[in-house]
Write a protein that binds this ligand. Structure first.
Ligand SMILES: Nc1ncnc2c1ncn2[C@@H]1O[C@H](COP(=O)(O)OP(=O)(O)OP(=O)(O)O)[C@@H](O)[C@H]1O
Ligand SMILES: [Mg+2]
Length: 318
């Protein structure tokens, strides 16, 4: 269990879209398709040349899989969405092809990237509940390389509607597998709960990034999140791990921020990112302009911090 005792002491007991334009047509998200070997070529008609070609195909390196990261913390208002948008935009600026999946019925990651929920043909709700391919729900953002699978209020019903659904925990995983070849990074913005939507995110992801607010009650509920990650790891997704903990809303003027940061670093060691996100008004203003901080106020402390974080977490694309 994770909690704070005695002041701020931390206690813990733990497919391809060849030639396709995104629906708004702003940025091409095409990547060269891996040539698949037709199964017929292994039949009786197979020539020596066919066989040589097939061998070459088989030796081709496997297409790189995207890093799929769930941004999760069931505590509300801790900076999940701000981190998803800002880190996603900064990673896109580095040249990574980034998809943000908005898994929160509040739809803040969508509106924060300038998406109007009224203008959508399909959203993540239709993807999860009506088997609409994820690629049909993907919208381009105003940032090159940055795309979003938006959420609308309909998603609020999904927690209940998913209950009787077939393979209800792995719907998002299946959906993402259809577009995996088109992205280097998939960031999933989780809702502030540990229900079926978050379980879908944890089942689809390989990594969990946890933003932690540098404030007094910041660690409340963290134990529960870590237990859920363990549960999903044991039952649904053995690859899953908490990869990054990000200290956000750090206020250098207060002792408390430094104390919380110190305790979190002491407990979680190298999982805690070196880059710390400061509390700044510009970060809270950016969503109302439908822009990430990297374009709204690119030279401010918040933008610089998220660019540093993107370099730390993703490095340069190879
Ligand atoms: N570093 C920061 N400095 C100042 N304000 C911030 C910072 N990060 C986030 N905020 C503001 O704090 C509020 C909560 O942030 P955000 O929406 O990112 O949290 P969340 O964890 O996604 O919330 P929810 O749980 O409701 O989804 C927002 O108004 C946001 O603009
Ligand atoms: Mg949010």
């Amino acid at each position: 269990m994770v909690g704070i005792s005695g002041g701020i002491r931390l206690t813990v007991d733990g497919q391809a879209l060849e030639g396709r334009q995104a629906s708004t047509g702003q940025h091409e998200i095409a990547r060269p398709l891996t040539r698949r070997v037709p199964s017929e070529s292994f039949g009786e008609q197979t020539t020596h040349q066919d066989m040589q070609q097939n061998e070459q195909h088989m030796q081709m390196p496997k297409v790189k899989e995207p890093r799929i990261i769930a941004v999760a913390n069931q505590k509300g208002g801790v900076g999940k969405t701000t981190t998803t948008i800002s880190l996603g935009a900064a990673a896109a600026d580095l040249g990574h092809r980034v998809l943000i999946v908005d898994l929160d019925p509040q739809g803040n990651a969508s509106t924060g990237l300038g998406i109007n929920p009224r203008n959508l043909d399909a959203s993540i709700y239709e993807v999860l509940l009506h088997d609409v391919p994820l690629e049909d729900a993907i919208e381009a953002s105003s940032v090159k390389n940055l795309f979003v699978a938006p959420a609308t209020l309909d998603l609020a019903g999904a927690e209940i509607e998913l209950v009787p659904a077939f393979s209800r925990e792995s719907r998002l995983k299946q959906a993402i597998s259809g577009v995996a070849e088109d992205f280097d990074v998939v960031l999933i913005d989780c809702p502030p709960s540990l229900g079926l939507l978050t379980v879908n995110a944890l089942a689809a992801a390989k990594e969990v990034l946890v933003p932690i607010q540098c404030e007094y009650y910041a660690l409340e509920g963290l134990g529960q999140l870590l237990r859920n990650v363990n549960l999903v790891q044991r039952n649904l997704n053995a690859e899953l791990e908490v990869s990054n903990i990000v200290l956000v809303m750090y206020d250098a003027r207060t002792k408390l921020s430094a104390q919380v940061a110190g305790e979190v670093r002491q407990h979680f060691g190298p999982k805690v990112c070196r880059s710390v996100i400061p509390r700044t008004v510009r970060l809270s203003e950016a969503p109302s302009y439908g822009q990430p901080i990297t374009t709204y106020a690119p030279m401010t402390r918040g933008a610089i911090a998220y660019r540093d974080l993107a370099s730390e977490v993703f490095g340069d694309p190879s």
